[in-house]
Ligand binder design. Sequence first.
Ligand SMILES: Nc1ncnc2c1ncn2[C@@H]1O[C@H](COP(=O)(O)OP(=O)(O)OP(=O)(O)O)[C@@H](O)[C@H]1O
Ligand SMILES: [Mg+2]
Length: 254
Amino acid sequence: MENSSQPMLESDNLTKVYEDGVKAVDKVSFQIYPGEVYAMLGGNGAGKTTTINLFLNLIDPSEGEARVDGIPTHRRPLEAKTRMAFVSENVMLYPGFTAIQNLDYFARLGGKTRYTRKDYKEVLLRVGLQEDAHNRRLKGFSKGMRQKSGIAIAILKDAPAILLDEPTSGLDPKAGREFMNLLENLRNEGKAILMSTHDIFRAKEIADTVGIMDGGRLIMQKKREELRDADLEELYVKYMGGLAEEQMKSDNPS
Ligand SMILES: Nc1ncnc2c1ncn2[C@@H]1O[C@H](COP(=O)(O)OP(=O)(O)OP(=O)(O)O)[C@@H](O)[C@H]1O
Ligand SMILES: [Mg+2]
């Protein structure tokens, strides 16, 4: 684990108001250092994907900024992009290409031209894609198999920051477990990892910091030490419920 004074990923007062007026992300600030995993929890529509999309510069912030390695992603998008690898909830790869062809295509697109077939096979085995699938076309892959291929591409990019939007959502229990081991390895290699998830138990297991979002706001953030003896599910319900109650009180003042 590295000891670095600058966060690899930083959200600084990050705010996004969509064109229709929805405030999807509201003054969110957090830091992720090299060798750390940050797990973001929160109900549907809480603002998790929007936060990740702001880091990836798929959308512009309304206020504040997202930085990678100190670089504001919306001001210097090209420099920022080389430092981040992304695995989406629905990995979109080329259906007519085989797994190996997809890896080769995306590696070259990212400027990595030195990888060999052996490297591709190695990384596919590392993410748990069975050997007989390496030369099959993606269009016959299950969601989990596509997910694994996407993770392999992210690993090949060898970026210092990895962002994952619900990465375990399509994985079977065995693949989910393997995936957690993989994330742990990447963390130990010094990657800074931001993941959104609905899986409270995995979040507690893997994360150095857990954040809970609700209505665009980061309503709870706790470090591993603070969570050690805590029941995260109970905390989640408490925080979400607490806010709902507050809302009801302000809607119906007695
Ligand atoms: N392109 C868009 N235009 C307008 N509003 C949007 C857009 N994308 C998301 N939103 C709104 O922003 C809010 C946050 O959505 P977001 O997708 O970030 O939530 P999420 O936490 O990822 O939810 P989920 O757990 O369902 O994936 C929601 O109210 C959503 O309706
Ligand atoms: Mg989402």
